[in-house]
Design a protein around this ligand. Structure first.
Ligand code: FAD
Length: 385
């Protein structure tokens, strides 16, 4: 680490954005340590060789943001396609658009309803519980969308995600369940969305491609932390509990198992992401990556599908979504106290903050860390992006 001005742990969007800013704007040398054999964190994608189709190894990643600063920063490193994400869900052998909208409601109740009629119907069905006093996920969900839609689209899907009955999950797991009383079935309503034209890994590679940035793959911070000279600042986007050797106990996560298959057919499901709401199907959703890039000339006799299964993570599994029970939140506070005492170490990103972050949020928070803490450290005039 001789001559290194900053060590960044993790080569995901958070770590690489910090590294790029510090190298480019402050002229400092940055070493990025990455435990995996590739950059990009969970946004990593690769070409499946038998089909030529870009596969997102850790599940479909859709870029969307309402933050103009993040959008303009992202556009420096990639162009975006016009892709607009839509999701469908299979229930009882019928297919419905998600999130719940007027088409879902009309299809499910098998009649034409105006927005006003649909609102009245859902309000009547939701009156079974008061959202302010609902004390578990089931009663909270029913208070938001009513029992029939809850039982069709939420109950079994949630059971599969959490392997726990929704009556035994805390109400806070859902703060809102979006219902649109229009036929708009765009999944995201952010003003900017699209997919990187030449793929996520190309975008992330350009982010890391700087003469003052060195990325060391297959390198776990834990194995080299004693080699880093005292006083060298570290930006840590790995798990905060692991950094402190689980001194306050382990934070709990859900993980995903993915089952990928190349099929000798041109189109398997007609869309990028199909959810399965029923308990008779063990997976939660199926991704079919060719549909993320209709603008590409993919071959038409093969396709790649990926089935997604969800379960609680054990040590050694990839942590994906924070479970955030009351015990986790108490533990996290204790870790934050320890983190505040740690000199020259900045925690951030999904794992370092124990928060689910979309890509645009990880980038935004990296730009803020750079502008508010790292640039002032070197007495520079901060230029966030
Ligand atoms: P990560 O991408 O997790 O990167 C952290 C990196 O740190 C990893 O590469 C890890 O290997 C490395 N690391 C950890 N510990 C160490 C260590 N000790 N030493 C060295 N390296 C270490 N976002 C969206 O905007 N749209 C989506 O559609 C979307 N879909 C998602 C689907 C799934 C299944 C998941 C899990 C996430 C999804 N996200 C999506 C979120 C997106 O992946 C995150 O925003 C992004 O990963 C956050 O970036 P990060 O850099 O904080 O974390």
């Amino acid at each position: 680490f001789t001559g290194t001005d900053l060590v960044v742990v993790g080569a995901g969007f958070f770590g690489l954005t910090v590294a790029e800013r510090v190298a480019e704007e402050l002229g400092r040398t940055v070493v990025v340590l990455e435990r995996r054999g590739h950059i990009g964190g969970n946004a990593y994608s690769e070409t499946e060789p038998r089909s030529g189709i870009e596969v997102h190894r850790y599940g479909s990643h859709l870029f969307h943001t309402a933050n103009p600063r993040v959008w303009s920063y992202a556009n420096r490193f990639t162009e975006f396609s016009e892709y607009v994400h839509q999701v469908w869900t299979v229930h009882d052998e019928r297919v419905y658009p998600m999130p719940v909208n007027l088409a879902t409601i009309c299809g499910f109740f098998d009649r034409r309803l105006t927005p006003l009629q649909a609102r009245a119907l859902i309000a009547e069905q939701a009156a079974e519980y008061d959202p302010r006093t609902a004390d578990n996920l089931e009663s909270k969900a029913i208070s938001l969308i009513g029992r029939p839609l809850y039982e069709a689209f939420v109950r079994n899907y949630t059971r599969k995600q959490w392997q726990t009955d929704p009556t035994r999950l805390p109400a806070e797991v859902i703060t809102r369940l979006p219902v649109r009383y229009t036929f708009d079935n765009r999944y995201f309503d952010d003003p900017h969305q699209g997919l990187p034209l030449d793929g996520y890994t190309a975008w992330l590679t350009r982010l890391a491609d700087h003469p003052r940035i060195e990325v060391r793959l297959d390198t776990d911070f834990e194995t080299v932390r004693n080699d880093i000279p005292a006083g060298t600042p570290v930006v840590h986007s790995g798990p905060i509990d692991r950094y402190f050797h689980y001194r306050e106990g382990e934070l709990t996560w859900r993980t995903l198992d993915f089952e990928t298959e190349v099929l000798d057919e041109g189109d398997h499901q007609g869309t990028a992401v199909l959810n399965y709401a029923d308990s008779s199907v063990p997976f939660t959703r199926v991704h079919e990556f060719r549909h993320l890039h209709p603008e590409r000339n993919y071959r038409t006799d093969r396709t790649v599908v990926m089935r997604e299964y969800s379960r609680f993570a054990e040590r050694g599994d990839e942590p994906y979504y924070p479970v955030a029970t009351a015990a986790d939140r108490a533990r996290l506070l204790r870790y934050r106290t320890l983190a505040a005492r740690e000199r020259d170490v900045y925690f951030g990103g999904r794992l370092g903050s124990y928060r689910y972050l979309d890509m645009h949020m990880a980038i935004a928070s990296a730009l803020s860390l750079y502008a508010n803490q790292l640039a002032p450290r070197w007495c520079a005039r901060p230029d966030p992006a």
